[in-house]
Design a protein around this ligand. Structure first.
Ligand code: TXA
Ligand code: MG
Length: 322
């Protein structure tokens, strides 16, 4: 576990422009000093992310928002007050100090205060903004343990802070607050229902080309196995046909149907929707470890965090339907 010495070392790494992987409640982030263009360029190179993609700036507390935002729209204020620290990112008009490398030249900057003790200790000790995408190579499955980060990034990261497994397991919900009405640009840890209750009105989900960026690309969060989302009563027939074609087949479902062919590798079933989110990326990694060709997934109910699980399953499979 992480102690004060580790935090000081991590701060020193950040101050000299290095990369620190750290836990958040959603997924592990690959962090650097958000004020340093050189550190940001190095981070992009390690991540393998094309230039021009923006990153989220993590802050120690709501009181830092004013430094990074030119103005704080009412919707951003309401949502941040209610959800921070927590799995919500808001996009607000950027302040002048925000480097272009953070926003990819966009007029808005994405900011969030994570709800994880190690992340908060690091942010408070650093006393500034830490830019951090998920700590995986571009397009791959996001890491939810320190070991996942090490497997994916190896010695390209200067320091990995191990804060145990992430409690939420899917990325933050991102709300763009720069337009006339706030819009969801990525569903995640905070459900749409909660945003609407806080705002007092309905909120749109926007999937336009304007903000096309890593987490919003159709194929993302992808393991090597083909992930196919289907209904529970379709699994048996689909699996039989795929097995007959000589493929290794797995199944991920809250309630796996008992009638699936014996050859199907049934991954440990999550106990409920929140647990599904928590273990989703671990199960996708497991599918690759087991060398599965196809992973069938039965979607959980779409309410609450279920919507984020469904979104990630579809993106893992490269579906263009969401
Ligand atoms: O839960 C999370 O959000 C995790 C943890 C580490 O905080 N971070 C994360 O970062 O998922 P990343 O980079 O993997 O995904 C952030 C998404 C990307 O789709 C990015 O394009 C979008 O947020 N984004 C970041 N800044 C933006 C901006 N200024 N305007 C529009 N989209 C932005
Ligand atoms: Mg990511």
């Amino acid at each position: 576990m992480v102690n004060e010495h580790d935090i000081s070392e991590a701060v020193a790494v950040l101050r000299r422009g290095g990369l620190v992987a750290f836990p958040t409640e959603t997924v592990y982030g690959l962090g650097c000093d958000a004020r340093s263009p050189e550190a940001l360029r190095h981070l992009y190179a390690v991540k393998g992310r094309p230039a021009g993609h923006p990153v989220i700036v993590h802050l120690p507390g709501t009181e830092h928002l004013d430094r990074w935002a030119a103005t704080v729209p009412r919707s951003a204020h309401v949502l941040a007050e209610a959800c921070w620290p927590g799995p919500l990112t808001v996009i607000v008009p950027r302040a002048e100090l925000v480097p272009d490398e953070v926003t990819g030249g966009r007029p808005g900057v994405a900011v969030r205060v994570p709800n994880q003790p190690v992340a908060l200790a690091l942010l408070h000790a650093f006393d500034g903004g830490i830019a951090a995408p998920s700590a995986n190579r571009f397009g791959r499955v996001s890491p939810t343990t320190a070991a996942d980060v090490g497997d994916d990034l190896g010695s390209d990261v200067d320091l990995i802070l191990d804060g145990g497994p992430c409690t939420i397991g899917v990325e933050s919900t991102i709300v763009d607050c720069t337009g006339p009405e706030p819009a969801i640009v990525r569903i995640g840890g905070v459900p749409k229902e909660q945003l609407e209750a806080l705002l007092g009105h309905a909120i749109e989900t926007r999937v336009d080309g304007e903000t096309v960026a890593p987490g919003t690309l159709p194929v993302h969060y992808a393991p090597d196995a083909s992930v196919i989302v289907l209904e529970r009563d379709e699994v048996e027939t689909a699996a039989a046909a795929t097995i007959a074609a000589g493929k290794r087949v797995g199944l991920l479902a809250l309630d796996p149907p008992p009638s699936v062919p014996a050859e199907v590798v049934v991954l440990d079933a999550p106990i409920d929707v929140a647990h599904f989110a928590q273990v989703l990326y671990a199960r996708l990694r497991e599918a690759d470890r087991l060398d599965l060709d196809v992973l069938y997934a039965v979607a959980p109910p779409e309410c609450g965090i279920g919507a984020a699980v469904i979104d990630r399953l579809r993106r893992a499979g490269g579906s263009k339907s969401s």
